[in-house]
Design a protein around this ligand. Structure first.
Ligand SMILES: Cc1cc2nc3c(=O)[nH]c(=O)nc-3n(C[C@H](O)[C@H](O)[C@H](O)COP(=O)(O)OP(=O)(O)OC[C@H]3O[C@@H](n4cnc5c(N)ncnc54)[C@H](O)[C@@H]3O)c2cc1C
Length: 422
């Protein structure tokens, strides 16, 4: 018996959600299709927020995602500026708003609520930023316009490093702080991580490694620090400095906190879905009958990498997985069998004149097969336990990066990869 699919609700009106919705339409789904998004904006692209948009060379019109340039093109019902606050799996209803009064019924549901930035105390101070949304980027861009400022970036992950690079290119004085001994220590080996640190140092960034943040300090608006009016009229003022765990302090006009993200699953807390660092799905991205998840919020076993449970915070995956789950819902409605979702992850980061690309996953068994790390133009391969190629990183070698992705996808071993990529 097939499952009814006359209405689909997509929660999360961004890259993965839009891709799922477009795929449904392109595959002939002509029922009700509603996109719910907590942001007031039509779907836009996030990668430029730390690059060209932040640099001021791209305007907002350029950010709009292709499928949303003409919002009427696909006959979606847009519910922008609406937050999902709950899910009733039994009744097949999404609950909207803090009062929970509005509900949306569905036959099929796409969960694509992405991720939100981690924060620390002090984020409420004026001049302290996180960067995930267009509104965040507008605020940060406005703080970086005009005169030279003292910018402190907390966290040397990809977002922090890109913001540091853009701020430096805008002429600001930049300090980047990283608690680990090298940037991206969870992903990259020490030598490659240090290549990122050195790249920034050569561009004039003060990179501090192996030191944490004790606190972010700011002034108090509406009264002076320590005045005895009970603090009733005091409001948080502007940031002044970042105090580090070694006792030193970095005087700052602008602080950017880039310490990672957490998947946006709060609204699903009482839904009965399995939540564990994301919405846990089967290998076809199905979290419950008629419920699929895609993009930064989804966690699923990837059969290409021995069924390893993964959640991928990457643009390419949001597009691919969004498209896949659109088709998955249709297959579910027809009771058709589907192939598991088994992509080769793919990521890029632009910092100064370096294009850093990563296919698959890094491992401790790393080998440079082309160029050299000190030259900052190289291809590094990562081997799995059986000598198979599981990942590759390329700096300013885009053709090699694409080739490496193909080799990983077809299960090449290291000697084959060496031959093709050296
Ligand atoms: C500044 C920046 C730079 C990046 N650069 C790169 C890069 O160079 N390369 C790369 O590969 N990737 C990059 N990424 C990552 C990439 O943009 C993400 O992987 C991608 O946006 C994920 O898409 P998504 O649709 O899963 O989630 P998101 O784009 O996060 O969208 C989720 C949407 O759901 C909404 N939402 C959340 N909760 C609710 C709710 N309860 N109800 C309704 N709506 C809700 C959110 O507001 C958001 O609009 C970057 C990300 C950022 C922020």
């Amino acid at each position: 018996m097939s499952n009814r699919l006359s209405s689909v609700v997509v929660v999360g009106a961004s890259l993965a959600g839009l891709q799922a919705a477009q795929t449904l339409r392109r595959s002939g789904f002509d029922g009700d299709l509603t996109l719910v998004g907590s942001e007031p904006h039509y779907p836009y692209d996030r990668p430029p927020l730390s690059k060209r948009f932040l640099a001021g060379t791209w305007d907002e019109a350029k950010l709009r995602l292709r499928g949303a340039v003409d919002p009427d093109e696909f006959q979606f019902n847009w519910k922008l500026g609406h937050k999902a606050t709950g899910l009733d799996l039994e009744q097949r209803q999404v609950i909207l708003g803090d009062d929970g009064q509005e509900t949306l019924s569905y036959d099929g549901l796409v969960i694509a609520t992405g991720a939100r930035p981690r924060t620390i105390d002090g984020c409420e101070l004026t001049g302290v930023h996180v960067l995930r949304t267009l509104d965040h980027a507008r605020a940060l861009r406005s703080d970086l316009e005009g005169q030279s400022r003292r910018v402190c970036v907390i966290g040397a992950g990809f977002i922090g490093a890109e913001v540091a690079a853009t701020a430096r290119e805008l002429g600001h004085e930049v300090t980047m702080i990283e608690a680990a001994q090298s940037p991206l220590a969870r992903v990259l080996d020490h030598e490659t991580g240090m290549a990122i640190a050195d790249l920034h140092r050569d561009h004039g960034v003060d990179v501090r490694l192996g030191v944490g943040v004790a606190k972010i300090e700011g002034g108090v608006a509406g009264g002076q620090d320590g005045d005895d009016n009970g603090g009733d009229t005091a409001q948080s003022g502007g940031v002044e400095r970042v105090v580090l765990s070694d006792g030193s302090a970095i005087e700052s006009d602008v602080v950017v906190v880039g310490i990672g993200v957490v998947p946006s699953t709060e609204w699903l807390a009482r839904s009965g879905l399995t939540l564990d660092n994301g919405v846990v799905c089967d290998d076809t991205c199905m979290a419950a009958p008629g419920v699929v998840a895609a993009g930064d919020v989804a966690r699923w076993p990837n059969s290409r990498f021995e069924g390893k449970l993964m959640r991928v915070e990457q643009w390419d995956n949001a597009v691919e997985q969004g498209g896949y789950v659109g088709g998955r819902l249709l297959a579910w409605s027809r009771d058709d069998a589907v192939e598991p979702y088994a992509p080769t992850p793919w990521f890029w980061s632009d910092q100064y004149d370096r294009k850093i690309q990563l296919a698959g996953f890094p491992s401790a068994r790393a080998e440079v097969v082309h160029g050299s790390i000190p030259e900052r133009r190289f291809v590094q391969l990562y081997a799995g336990e059986r000598g198979e190629l599981i990942g590759a990183m390329a700096w300013n070698r885009p053709r090699h990066a694409i080739k490496a992705k193909q080799l990983i996808a077809r299960g090449a071993n290291m000697s084959e990869a060496r031959e093709e990529l050296s």
